[in-house]
Design a protein around this ligand. Sequence first.
Ligand SMILES: [Zn+2]
Ligand SMILES: [Zn+2]
Length: 152
Amino acid sequence: METTESKRQQVIEEFRKRGLRITKQRIAIAEAIFSEDGHHSIDELYRKVQEKVPHLGYATIYRTVRLLVDCGFVTEQRFETGATRFDTDPRDHDHLICLQCGRIIEFTSPEIRRLQESVAEAHRFRIMKRKHELYVNCQEMLKNGECPHRDL
Ligand SMILES: [Zn+2]
Ligand SMILES: [Zn+2]
């Protein structure tokens, strides 16, 4: 896993290359995203960045995150539970989402990939984009009838 510091440098370099302004706010937002792997909502980032840079506007966070998407540092995920999330994992992967708490687990399965390829091939199509989401009751929900996890 790359460090926050190396990601921060990559972001600065990419912004510079694209002629985007490099501000203290934008850097703080990038740091907030990359300090923790996962699927961040704008609300979470807002709370996290506010600790470091007070008076930061919601719109600034939103715009900066969009820039990070455009630059390919994060991907946008619209799960059916809750708000849009921004995913820091650059690898090709799928998601399990707990319907009770919105907890998101990542997985990869070469076998599923192969099946997807063969289905597309059978129709002579080429897969350009994938989205595979399973909406589940997590283990705790099944065992105790309640899910202790909050949507992180
Ligand atoms: Zn993910
Ligand atoms: Zn759960």
